[in-house]
Design a protein around this ligand. Structure first.
Ligand code: NAP
Ligand code: GDD
Length: 354
């Protein structure tokens, strides 16, 4: 964005505020925005161990600039959220923070639900009070659909949430729409289907599989135990999906958008494809145990991204096969390093190698 003033040209960087910046999407989105010339400010949580691993490369790359800034906060601390919005005066807000693990949301329901509900409300209110022209992106989720049938799901499909996580996300989704309609604000929901990457949290099923394939190939793990092998998901690449987040806020009007690939595969399919990368047969290694099943399972999620394709001109660039290969190849390197450390007795396995 540039503003011409008399004979001088003043460059004004767009400012983005990102919650959940230490997460998978936080990294890919921040990278994208920084490369586009944005000033990116993000919230991190105080932790007794370092939790910035995913964004350390960005911290390093931008350390001599004023372009990348981190602040301690938590979505449950509404006063700090409000102060940060007042201080940063962002042009765009991306609310990515959440306790995002569905199974964990059954174990920590209050925290999971409150982060999405109270968190989105604090942020929306802070935005409304400062400047209702600020653009707001809410990380909505396909999990809100509940995955009962096998039809493909779009912006008009029914929401039947099945977990505390999904119920919290549905509140955030609705309050985002309500602020848009009530206060004429630019508030949009991206209803994103599952998206993965080499930076995916290691307890999500795709990464659990790619990590295990790397270790099994390097002979430092014997078996992989999963839960429901028949669950079906529409898996895309996180790098493609953060581009959709940005495009949603550049569109001429605020709206709700389904972002998906339009192709569905089972957990079994993912495992088969991942073991195939290293010429192994998944059936020789994968076990199933009920302990990894949820109290209320979402069986089938397939998205229909037609609206985003037609109106945003967004489309996924990475195929299922390429995504699996990218994740396995990255985890083969990590396993190779772990093997060296194990051989030197510098670490002990923290993974299941029974
Ligand atoms: P992620 O890797 O689990 O990252 C979640 C982020 O939220 C982390 O930075 C985490 O901080 C932060 N966070 C958690 N609780 C918080 C709180 N109370 N206050 C402030 N920050 C908090 O998730 P992701 O895969 O990047 O997903 C990004 C967003 O999209 C999430 O809202 C998720 O629910 C949603 N979503 C994800 C997918 C997907 O397939 N990835 C699909 C649909 C929607 P720490 O690092 O300190 O834990
Ligand atoms: N995590 C995990 N671990 N899931 C397993 C396992 C296992 O060992 N075995 C089978 N699954 C099945 C789960 O029961 C689920 O049906 C499916 O694999 C995918 O599980 P996750 O990878 O944990 O993702 P998710 O679909 O529950 O949730 C993710 O996608 C949502 C969008 O639909 C998360 O990223 C959510 O934050 C996101 O909103």
């Amino acid at each position: 964005m540039t503003i011409a003033k008399n004979k001088y040209t003043i460059f004004i960087m767009k400012r983005a505020f990102v919650t959940g910046i230490t997460g998978q999407d936080g990294f890919y989105l921040s990278k994208l925005l920084l490369e586009k010339g944005y000033e990116v400010s993000g919230t991190i949580r105080r932790s007794s161990t370092f939790n910035t691993t995913r964004i350390d490369s960005l911290i390093s790359d931008y350390k001599n600039t004023e372009q990348f800034k981190l602040y301690y906060s938590d979505l449950l601390d509404s006063s700090s959220i409000n102060s940060l919005i007042q201080k940063i005066k962002p042009h765009e807000v991306y609310n990515l923070a959440a306790q995002s693990h569905v199974a964990v949301s059954f174990k920590n329901p209050h925290f999971s639900v409150l982060t999405s509900t109270s968190g989105s409300l604090s942020l929306l209110d802070a935005v409304k009070n400062l400047d209702s022209n600020i653009k707001y992106y809410q990380a909505s989720s396909s999990e809100m659909f509940g995955g009962v049938g096998s039809e493909s799901l779009n912006e008009t499909s029914l929401f039947i949430p099945k977990s505390p996580y999904a119920a919290g996300k549905l509140f955030a989704h609705n309050i985002t729409r309500i602020y848009r309609e009530s206060y004429d604000m630019f508030c949009s929901n991206g209803i994103l289907f599952n998206h993965e990457s080499p930076l995916r949290g290691e307890t999500f099923v795709t990464r659990k599989i790619s990590r295990a394939v790397g270790r099994i190939y390097h002979k430092i793990q014997n078996k992989l135990t999963l839960g429901n092998l028949d669950a079906v998901r529409d898996w895309g690449f996180a790098g493609d999906y953060v581009n959709a987040m940005w495009m949603i806020l550049q569109h001429d009007k605020p709206d709700d958008w389904v972002i998906a690939t339009g192709e569905a595969y089972s957990v079994k399919d993912f495992a088969r494809e991942a073991f195939k990368v290293v010429d192994l047969d998944w059936e020789d290694y994968v076990l199933s145990d009920k302990k990894y099943e949820r109290p209320n399972e979402v069986h089938h999620l397939l998205g229909d991204p037609t609206k985003a394709k037609n109106e945003l001109k967004w489309k996924p660039e990475t195929s299922f096969k390429d995504l699996v290969k990218m994740m396995v190849e990255s985890d083969l390197l990590l396993a190779e390093q772990e093997k060296v450390l194990l051989d030197k007795k510098l670490i002990k396995p923290t993974w299941d190698n029974s």
